[in-house]
Design a protein around this ligand. Structure first.
Ligand SMILES: *Cc1c(COP(=O)(O)O)cnc(C)c1O
Length: 397
């Protein structure tokens, strides 16, 4: 592990668990709760409405956007924050389709996270055009970038398998074919080094409650390439995206920056948590993070394959071809994951049969990985998952 990692002391984690689900909900950074207490009691409680100016709440969405930009290889001023990722997918896709009015195909892949595809379906219903959403297998995306494609909408790291798309290559192919490129960075931001500006992609979106540790319901982000910003015609023309929200004009006039992709009042409490959560990245070299992530996931795969022959690797074997998670297929994966969680090793399950483990090198080390493998070996080897109590499926898996 590089000298600067892990930084467990910056997180508030229970002693008796190994947390391998930071790809789904990041851990609580120390200081976040105290900071929010100040925002609530001293700012909201005492300043009331004055806090927008006196505590500078009004600048928070942009300040946080600039900090996220630094983690995804984007320039300051190019990232807007707020809303949820689903909303940001809708906005980016709508903007992209408007930029290619003659084309009728949206290209995604069958590994995309369902909400991205649902939002695309909903958007088509709203704009009432005869669009087709094409979803080939992830490995067949490149050959499906034909000259009828208006927008390529892909999640960079496959949420189920961890498979990584080649951002620079796919973006180049999309643009060569005249399509607009949108990357969903939900499983990439804070997980690996990104060069969004270098890829030349028009749009990127992402959430902040996974590897960025912003807490449940943390605001999403959207990036637009600076040279196209003023061409974007926002679908959700909210007042916070207006050039002068407090001029209270009757007509919409979009901001001349990425701020035009904001919608309504920013979630200040969540932004405050996220702002403090982003402190944990100070001084982290993303190349070090990536090296540590690969070391942990390689060790995990080797141990699990040696100890649990019933599990089949469902992630790419080449570490350069996967993000910061490892998935194993196992037919009784749901029950096995419940048995694992019961013993303090927390991962999650994705239908139909994927046991998913996230590697967050900021707060995980090799001992955690070994402990997880020992518990997994016991659960699988002794078929502890057969216990009746692990068979009931919860609402959130
Ligand atoms: C986690 C995730 C989402 C979640 O969207 P929300 O609107 O934040 O619920 C969307 N897309 C991808 C690819 C995800 O991984």
């Amino acid at each position: 592990m590089p000298a600067s990692l892990p930084r467990k002391d910056l997180f508030s984690l229970p002693d008796d668990i190994v947390y391998l689900d930071g790809n789904s909900l990041g851990a609580l950074p120390k200081g976040a709760a105290e900071h929010v207490e100040t925002v609530i009691r001293a700012q909201w409680g005492e300043l009331l409405i004055r806090a927008w100016n006196q505590a500078d709440w009004i600048s928070l969405p942009k300040q946080v956007g600039d900090r996220i930009a630094g983690l995804i290889g984007a320039p300051k001023g190019s990232v807007a924050t707020g809303d949820t990722l689903s909303i940001k997918v809708y906005q980016a896709l709508d903007a992209a389709l408007k930029m290619r009015p003659g084309r009728k195909t949206i290209l995604s892949d069958s590994g995309n996270f369902p909400t991205d595809l649902y939002m695309a379906q909903g958007l088509i219903g709203t704009i009432g055009k005869d669009y087709e959403i094409r979803t080939p297998a992830p490995e067949d995306v490149a050959e499906n970038i034909t000259d009828d494609v208006a927008a390529v909408l892909l999640t960079h790291v496959d949420y189920r398998t961890g498979r990584l798309h080649d951002m620079a290559d796919i973006t180049r192919r999309a643009q060569d074919a005249g399509a607009v490129m949108i990357w969903d960075l939900a499983h990439s931001a804070g997980a690996l080094p990104l060069d969004l500006a270098g890829s030349n992609a028009e749009f990127a979106v992402g959430c902040t409650y996974k590897y960025l540790n912003g807490g449940p319901g943390a605001p999403a982000f959207i990036y637009a390439r600076p040279d196209i910003v003023t061409d974007i015609d926002p679908a959700l023309a909210g007042w916070m995206g207006h050039d002068a929200p407090f001029a209270m004009e009757l007509g919409y006039r979009p901001a001349m920056s990425t701020e035009r992709l904001r919608v309504g009042t920013p979630p200040i409490v969540q932004l405050a948590i996220l702002d403090r959560a982003l402190d944990v990245w100070e001084g982290v070299d993303m190349a070090d993070l990536r090296a540590a992530s690969i070391a942990l996931s390689e060790r995990f795969i080797a141990e699990v394959e040696a100890r649990c022959p019933d599990l089949t690797l469902a992630s790419p074997r080449d570490p350069q071809a996967r993000g910061s998670q490892v998935s194993f297929a196992f037919d009784n994966g749901y029950a096995a994951m419940q048995a694992l969680i019961d013993r303090g090793v927390i991962g999650d399950f994705r239908a139909p049969n994927i046991m998913r483990f996230g590697f967050t090198p900021l707060y995980l080390d090799e001992n955690d990985v070994l402990r997880a493998c020992e518990v997994l070996e016991e659960v699988i080897g002794k078929a502890l998952w057969r216990d009746e109590k692990y068979q009931t499926v919860s609402r959130v898996t």
